[in-house]
Design a protein around this ligand. Sequence first.
Ligand code: AQP
Length: 345
Amino acid sequence: MAETLHTQRVFSGIKPSGGLTLGNYLGAIQRFVDMQNTDIETIYCVVDLHAITVWQDPSELRHATRELVAAYVASGLDTSKSIIFNQSQVPAHAELGWIFNCVARMGWMNRMTQFKEKAGKNAEAVSLGLYAYPSLMAADILAYKATHVPVGEDQKQHVELTRDIAAKFNHDFKVPDFFPITEPIIEGASTRVMGLRDGTKKMSKSGASDMDRINMTDSAELIVKKFKKAKSDAEPLPESVEGLKDRPEARNLVNIYASLSGRTSESVIEEYAGAQWGRFKPALADLAVSVLEPISTEMSRLMQDPAEIDKILAEGSAKANAIAQPVLEDVYDIVGFIRGQQWPR
Ligand code: AQP
């Protein structure tokens, strides 16, 4: 458990960088909903500043931003319980992000594996924003002094960097405990949903093949087709989860089933021990359709009223700003910036 000094607060976000996948749903959104239903304050962001670290067509970005809000709400996030907003409407993120660029060390950033994966062999040509992304992510979290961040396994290293930035800021400016040392919450059977065509690579919005992922807006027919064509292996399902150890595709499909049904992988294996893929895959597809279809239907309904979605974002941004701005003002005072009459803005 993180700091007792700080009020418990959850922050997390998703990039509007394309259509949402089952990985985003199981690794993040489903868990955002679970956390909303606890006593802890929950803040969920559409991190549009992060999305533009790679090229986004402006009208597609607007669409993806609204669609992400629609997915949040259709999946069960409730604006009376959670703050839902887009990052660019709260200037504290970018302003604190700059300060953290000056706190984080080059050596720390050079160790970020996600940058290496995303930049690939093309590191010289990618944006500076992609490289600096983790310090903006630290600002997203710490602008709210969030104590807990539900994320998928792929974001663990970035939350660790957030902890390092918080500790260095607290130390350098001699303000012990100003920022909390945030805890990542990485739990459940789907902390890393893998691709359907390659069980060794994460399912991703921007992955090259659409058949590798389930999109939250896919039709029932397409979901069934994708699971039918999902890579598996020649063996039936094993008698115990240990038998999935060297079978990445099989393990992934079992984990997806477990998360979608709110069960453990053990209990899924107990039910399907010895089953052939011809039995398991249709059951998995039916389950996925039963979970995703009501959500995508509600998403399309919400998307018919973009003004209502923009209103959710405006109201959420005002609430987010009311928390983040005083934190930023304290940071400015701590750092030694002079604040004139326009503050508080
Ligand atoms: N495959 C996944 N399994 C489990 N969790 C996942 N998340 C993403 N993919 C998986 C979790 O979703 C949250 C938001 O992620 P994001 O969209 O902000 O960034 P990302 O991790 O880079 O997602 P993508 O789909 O891979 O986007 P692109 O392709 O645009 O880079 C995070 O909590 C993440 O862990």
